[in-house]
Design a protein around this ligand. Structure first.
Ligand code: ADP
Ligand code: MG
Length: 665
């Protein structure tokens, strides 16, 4: 909690000037607030006590002067050795002379402007009140504007950091967190946080200042009674603390269920085609209902706690005022200065003083009420910021090397040495997942085109994911030209690779930009050439806007084969030293696929190529130099097609029927 405050503080720091200005505005506002309330004093004087302000001041001054004279005389008559008595008297005298000083000042600088007529005086007071309220309003406006801009700037940079840190994460961590949770962090949680920082900057700064100003003045009017009222404050703190803990827990849970709502929405509508085809509406409706219900339950808990905070704090506030008011009333109405022998006022209190004290204490109460109202919001925001900062603190499990080695374009050998790999399970899974790769070793010379074949789940995709370091193997290492890839900057490493995966991922942009993603500095000619090689140019030209056609969310306006060809063009444009194709042509029609294979044969010169494919037709076999057969996370055989057909049962079983059909055709 405290830690998160400091974190937010570090984001606010660059805008500290604006913030300080806003605090100054808040101080001015609270000064006006206390001033407006203490106007009760002259009002009561004018309205209920029959002397005018002038008379009152003159009277008081005369009274004080006599009292001080009496005091000094008394002081002289007390013998030197009665120290305690003398000190008491001296204190009283000094208190009186302070009052006297203030009153003479008032007489000199305020009274000349105060009309003698009572109504005129009242009218003047009201005018002052109006002017003060206007000024207070002006500074409230400035404070909120200043805080508003600080908050927006702060939250902007937090959101930016959130996005950047998510981008730096490795593939596995991103998968574990999930897109929906990321979305919920960067929208909902940050929204809660924004609201909290705003009330923090506005209310949490201004209201305590207001309360403070009032308490200060109340102390001045009668510090003993004010002390009585303040005794309730620690109790109030205790109650808030208790509520705070429960609120924060409830907020955490609620925001988790908000993430589940996001998940449900994105899953349902992200797979709209399946949902519609299988009429899965009921299932999704149920899921959504559950997520929604969870959210409701959590929210209601927060609402209940929040609803309780306010009345409780109000009651306690009234108790506090009572603690001061009841004895105060006793003093005034019984015309005394002590209760049960305990001295509670330096002089007998006047009705005007009591009213002012009451007004000021009520003025302390109002900020407390407002503070308790925002309490829930701040707690929610803190819970949100905890989650946001957790994301910002999330570190990639594929770390960058501290002192990276220079990478020169790959030109001799890629070797995988004794590699074992296991996918991280979620915390809910009790047993560890089985190894996805078990002791895999493979040496590939520069210029080879390696086919990797094997049944579903045999570990082909996993093996090739290690090359661009989507994840690191748990045992063993990957060397490129003799250098462990963990010693290379991931950016350098990946800049040498062209990758087309099973699920072709395109952006909602033009075809041209999607291809150029592989090499942002490519010219239009280079893009067209890459599209030609990937057998994509033909269908692209037939589109209404050609290369400038926008292809929809995830390339939704194109067929699967078309998407794959664009993804292939993107990889070709990158001019990679290492080309990785993971079932990259699985959706392309067989004629185009054969053409792509011939093109790739040309393209694969002076590169190392890895191809996962299920279709081993003649053009494909012509393209690859060696075939690696995988089964259950192991490499069971390597060799040419002829060798494997002779020696490897698994290979024969894998592709024979297909080959026969293809050969016949
Ligand atoms: P192939 O590409 O040969 O079909 P994969 O390499 O994708 O197989 O998968 C190998 C094994 O690893 C499978 O048993 C699969 O269940 C598991 N696996 C693949 N991807 C993940 C993942 N992201 N998280 C957990 N397990 C995975
Ligand atoms: Mg695969």
């Amino acid at each position: 909690m405290m830690h998160d405050f400091v974190r937010i503080g570090s984001y606010v720091w660059p805008y500290r000037r604006l913030f300080v200005l806003s605090v100054i505005c808040a101080s001015i506002v609270s000064a006006f607030w206390a001033l407006n309330l203490s106007i009760a004093f002259p009002v009561v004087k004018v309205l209920f006590q029959n002397d005018s302000l002038h008379d009152y001041v003159e009277n008081e001054i005369a009274l004080l002067e006599t009292a001080i004279r009496v005091d000094t005389a008394a002081l002289d008559s007390i013998p030197e050795d009665q120290v305690k008595e003398r000190a008491k008297l001296q204190y009283r005298a000094s208190e009186r002379s302070r009052n006297l000083l203030m009153l003479t000042k008032v007489r000199r600088s305020v009274l000349p402007y105060v009309p003698k007529d009572k109504f005129d005086a009242m009218a003047l007071i009201l005018c002052v009140l109006l002017a003060a309220t206007f000024l207070k309003g002006l500074f409230i406006y400035y404070q909120e504007m200043l805080v508003g801009s600080v908050v927006q700037l702060t939250v902007n940079s937090i959101r930016q950091d959130c996005f950047r840190s998510a981008l730096r994460l490795d593939y596995q961590s991103l998968n574990r967190i999930g897109t929906s949770a990321l979305m919920s962090r960067m929208t909902n949680d940050i929204e809660q946080m924004t609201a909290a920082i705003r009330v923090f900057g506005v209310t949490l700064v201004r209201e305590p200042l207001k309360a403070g100003a009032c308490t200060l003045l109340a102390f001045y009017v009668n510090w003993r009674l004010t002390m009585l009222a303040i005794t309730v404050v620690p109790l109030l703190g205790l109650v808030f603390n208790l509520f705070g803990k429960r609120l924060r827990r409830a907020s955490h849970r609620t925001m988790e269920s908000m993430a589940r709502i996001y998940e449900c929405i994105s899953e349902t509508f992200g797979s709209a085609r399946v949902v519609i085809a299988f009429s899965g509406f009921r299932k999704h409706r149920k899921q959504f209902l559950k997520a929604n219900r969870d959210y409701y339950a959590g929210s209601m808990k927060i609402v209940r706690l929040g609803a309780l905070v306010r009345p409780i704090s109000e009651i306690m506030g009234v108790v506090a005022v009572f603690a001061a008011l009841a004895p105060g009333a006793y003093l005034v109405l019984r015309n005394t200065d002590s209760i049960l022998g305990i001295k509670l006022a330096s002089e007998t209190m006047s009705i005007a003083e009591l009213t002012t004290l009451y007004a000021l204490l009520a003025g302390t109460l109002d900020p407390v009420r407002k503070l308790s109202g925002i309490f829930e919001q701040v707690k929610r925001g803190m819970a949100g910021s905890e989650r946001v900062f957790d994301l910002i603190d999330e570190r990639s499990i594929v770390p960058e090397p501290k002192s990276p080695r220079m990478m020169i374009r790959h030109s001799s050998m890629i070797s995988l040495q004794d590699i074992s790999f296991r996918y991280e399970g979620t915390e809910a899974e009790e047993n560890q997942r089985p190894l996805a790769l078990k002791g895999v070793s493979l040496n590939v010379r520069f210029g080879e085109a390696i086919a990797i074949v094997g049944g579903n789940g045999s570990g082909k995709s996993t093996l090739l994911s290690l090359l661009p370091r989507f994840m690191d193997p748990h045992e063993g290492r990957v060397l490129i030209d003799g250098v462990d890839i963990r010693e290379l900057r991931t950016h350098d490493l990946r800049s040498q690779m062209g990758l087309v995966t099973q699920d072709t991922l395109l952006f909602n942009d033009t075809i041209f930009e999607n291809i150029r993603y592989g090499n942002p500095s490519a010219t239009r000619e280079m893009v067209l050439d890459a599209a030609n090689q990937a057998q994509a140019a033909g269908f692209i030209r037939q589109l209404p806007n050609g290369f400038d056609t926008v292809i929809g969310d995830k390339g939704g306006k194109l067929s699967g084969g078309q998407r794959q060809r664009i993804a292939l063009a993107r990889a070709i444009l990158r001019d990679p030293a290492i080309l990785i194709l993971d079932e990259a042509t699985s959706a392309v029609d067989s004629q185009s696929e054969e053409v792509i294979h011939t093109v790739l044969k040309e393209f694969s010169k002076n590169r190392t190529v890895f191809i996962i494919s299920h279709v081993l037709n003649r053009t494909f076999l012509d393209l690859v130099t060696r075939i690696v057969v995988m089964d259950q996370g192991r490499i069971v055989a390597t060799g040419t097609h002829e060798e494997l057909m002779r020696s490897c049962d698994a290979y024969r079983a894998l592709n024979q029927p297909q080959l026969i059909i293809r050969d016949a055709a």
